[in-house]
Design a protein around this ligand. Structure first.
Ligand code: NAP
Ligand code: GCO
Length: 266
């Protein structure tokens, strides 16, 4: 291992759904390691908001409007990136949604939408990007999985099914394309304070903390929610040459929540 093993200089990194949240934090960390940042979102206003945020952070990012569930749009988007920026060396399948609905109350339409974005999306984007990685002779794919790749809980059946599937898609891409020097791994964030989990941290009418907020903090050895920036270093590692023999793994960045029985309620 050399001093440049963690460098991303000269690499083009596509992070999907990265106008804000975890995707933005991962992109910012990768830019700090030298990568050229490309991101997409489904609305021009969000892409513009993201471009402004990257610029404020001193990052000259390339933003595109693209829905990861639309295969024709994704193929056109990737071709545009390859023409305008360069062949994609690093792909972070970050775009995702969650719908918290008790399973027997959830419509098939809602279930399908979560699967479409959180599982079909990473398939579609990876399928579009891998041929370029094969031509280049290397590639890094990082799928943003979840603790729900391992656990279930009330109201998140579609999300857990999608993220469980994404864990196995990660292992399958690793198996099928490892021979082309493409490594595919996952990052499994714990509970991270982003807009996606804001409903779980809302103050109660009496000013007390949300019960789920108290639960997660009591189950995390660090005694706190993660922040998006906690994911930057692990993502740079999995995007760099330092992880060239790491393949098909899910790296959980959860503050130890999966190792801990939890603190006795006070
Ligand atoms: P977030 O704040 O809700 O951001 C999700 C991003 O994905 C948004 O920019 C969203 O754009 C974009 N997106 C949604 N659907 C899209 C589509 N069809 N095409 C393109 N972009 C799309 O979520 P986050 O907390 O940063 O989470 C990012 C990833 O980490 C997700 O995959 C999530 O499942 C995963 N994760 C989150 C946590 C956590 O605790 N926060 C933990 C584990 C895993 P719009 O705003 O336009 O919808
Ligand atoms: C939930 C949360 C979780 C987190 C994350 C945990 O409702 O349980 O949204 O799903 O987003 O996926 O790793």
């Amino acid at each position: 291992m050399s001093s440049t093993s963690f460098s991303l200089e000269g690499k083009v990194a596509l992070i999907t759904g990265a106008s804000y949240g975890i995707g933005f934090a991962i992109a910012r960390a990768m830019a700090g390691a030298g990568a050229t940042i490309v991101f997409n979102d489904i609305k021009q206003e969000l892409v513009d908001k993201g471009l402004a945020a990257y610029k404020e952070a001193g990052i000259q990012a390339h933003g595109y409007v693209c829905d990861v569930t639309n295969e024709d749009a994704v193929n056109a988007f990737v071709a545009e990136v390859e023409a305008e920026v360069g062949t994609i060396d690093i792909l972070v399948n970050n775009a995702g949604i969650i719908k918290r609905i008790p399973m027997i109350e959830m419509s098939a339409k809602d279930f399908r939408q979560v699967i479409d974005i959180d599982l079909n999306g990473p398939f579609i984007v990876s399928k579009a990007v891998i041929p370029g990685m094969i031509r280049k002779g290397h590639g890094k794919i990082i799928n943003i999985c979840s603790m729900m790749s391992e656990f279930g809980r009330e109201t998140v059946s579609a999300y857990a099914a999608a993220k469980g599937g994404l864990k196995m898609l990660t292992r399958n891409i690793a198996s099928e394309y490892g021979e082309y020097n493409i490594q595919c791994n996952g990052i499994g964030p714990g509970y991270i304070a982003t807009p996606q989990t804001a409903p779980l941290r809302e103050k109660q009418p009496d000013g007390s903390r949300h019960p789920f907020d108290q639960f997660i903090v009591s189950k995390t050895p660090a005694g706190r929610w993660g922040v998006a920036e906690d994911l930057g270093g692990p993502a740079v590692f999995l995007a760099s040459e330092a992880s060239d023999f790491v393949n098909g793994q899910i790296l959980y960045v959860d503050g130890g929540i999966q190792a801990y029985i939890g603190k006795q309620p006070s």
